[in-house]
Structures are given as C-alpha cells and as structure tokens.
Design a protein around this ligand. Structure first.
Ligand SMILES: Nc1nc2c(ncn2[C@@H]2O[C@H](COP(=O)(O)OP(=O)(O)O)[C@@H](O)[C@H]2O)c(=O)[nH]1
Ligand SMILES: [Mg+2]
Length: 221
C-alpha cells in the first residue's frame, strides 16, 4: 500500500487514473498492481481506455506481468462507463477484489465531450460502489510545462481529484510545474514514476533539497 494513498476502509479499494494521452496512466497502473500484488492483495484492473488502439492489450500485459491481477475488458470502442460498471460489480462480488484500479482513455482537457464522458464514468462507479472512490489520481508527465495548470483545472472540474502522480521524473530535471499545480488545486503529489519498469514507482516524500532542485533553484533554506 503506497504510504501516501488514503488508507483502505471498505473493500474494494478503488483507484481511478485520469490524464492526457501518454502521461503514463496505464504504466502507473501496472506499477500499482505490482505493488498491491506483492502485499498479497487481490487486484482487478478495469480496461477503461476503450479508445486508443492497443490500450486494452497493454493493460492486459501488465496484469499478467504483475503476477496475475484479474482483468476486465470490453471490446475496443465500447462504452467506458459500461466497463466501469462491470469492473465494480466484479470487484464487489463475493470473493471479489481487494483493490480495483480503473484505467481511462487519455483526453485533452479542452475536449468538452470527453471530459463529460469522464464525469459519466465517475458517476457510474460512485453509484455502483455506493460511496466515493478512494483515489482519483491525475497523472502528469514531468516534462509538461504551463499546460499542466490548465490540464489540472479542467480535470478537477470533471471529477473530484484526490491527488497527483508525477511521471517520467527519471528523464528530466523538470517537474517543478507539478508543485505549482499541487498548490493551485490544493492536492498532494502522492506518487512519482521514475522509469518504465514495474518497480519504478516511488512514494512522493521529498526532502526540501529535492523540492528546491525541482524548482531549478538552489537549496539554501
Ligand atoms: N521514463 C519513463 N517513462 C514512462 C514513465 N511512465 C510512463 N512512461 C512511458 O510513457 C509512455 C506512455 O505511457 P502510458 O502508460 O501508455 O501512458 P497513458 O497514455 O497515460 O496510459 C510509455 O512509453 C511508458 O513506458 C516513467 O515514469 N518514466
Ligand atoms: Mg493508457
């Protein structure tokens, strides 16, 4: 259980990842599944990206690699809310899952209909679960510039975000924008991606020097 995530109360513990294309949602899900599976949690992955070619298979590969997470998918092009519905109900079934992680299609924050679709997926999950999701994480690529602020605001309007994931920090000394974003949205950075392998996910617990380095400044404090 990553230390910065909300402690589990009810089963299933439900996490949904959202963000623009290529930010690292599916990879982060693989890493999270690996982490939960290592703690002997029974993990179910919901293939909510029904839009991008290959996205369902990509998640399926992660499910296998991480030691047999269960996997719920519909056909490519199908309604992501229907996938979410089935995933929640499979997770809730007797003998169901400890953890459900829902993937979503990447979407530009400027596409109003896609943001509305995300809102619909969220409402279906909430309704079927009978409570709020445990975590709704916005995944942000560390190399993103000022655009991260507009991404964050629009995603927060569409769904109640609970935290941020900063990915690709291995490839850049940037990433400072996410701290401005965290401040703007009043959300914590909870996880950091530092590579493409399933071990490459860290809890975000930065020493001051690290924060200063991210801002590109000195660490005189
Ligand atoms: N170097 C590096 N690459 C990453 C990281 N997270 C994701 N990626 C890569 O970024 C690309 C897009 O990731 P993906 O998970 O498919 O993004 P999605 O579209 O948001 O689901 C893939 O090539 C991943 O391997 C990371 O933390 N570090
Ligand atoms: Mg994806």
């Amino acid at each position: 259980m990553p230390a910065r995530l909300k402690p589990p109360a009810d089963k299933p513990y439900v996490i949904m990842l959202v963000g623009v294309n290529g930010s690292g949602k599916t990879t982060t899900i693989g890493k999270l599944a690996y982490r939960f599976s290592r703690e002997n949690a029974r993990v179910l992955l919901g293939a909510g990206d029904t839009f991008r070619a290959g996205a369902i298979e990509q998640l399926g590969v992660w499910a296998e690699r991480t030691g047999g997470a269960d996997f719920i998918a519909h056909k490519a092009g199908s309604d992501p809310a229907a996938v979410a519905y089935d995933a929640i109900n499979a997770a809730k079934a007797r003998g169901g899952s400890d953890v459900l992680i829902l993937d979503t299609a990447g979407r530009l924050q400027t596409k109003v209909n896609l943001m509305a679709e995300l809102g619909k997926v969220h409402r279906v999950v909430q309704r079927e679960l009978g409570r709020d999701l445990d975590e709704i994480l916005l995944v942000v690529d560390a190399t993103t510039g000022q655009n991260a602020l507009s991404q964050g605001k629009r995603f927060q309007e569409a769904v109640p975000l609970t935290g941020l994931v900063l990915t690709k920090l291995d490839g850049t000394a940037k990433g400072g924008i996410v701290l401005a974003l965290a401040d703007e949205l009043n959300l914590a950075v909870k996880l950091v991606g530092v590579g493409e392998q399933y071990e490459d996910l860290q809890d975000f617990d930065p020493p001051r020097a690290f924060v200063a380095a991210l801002f590109g400044g000195s660490n005189r404090q």
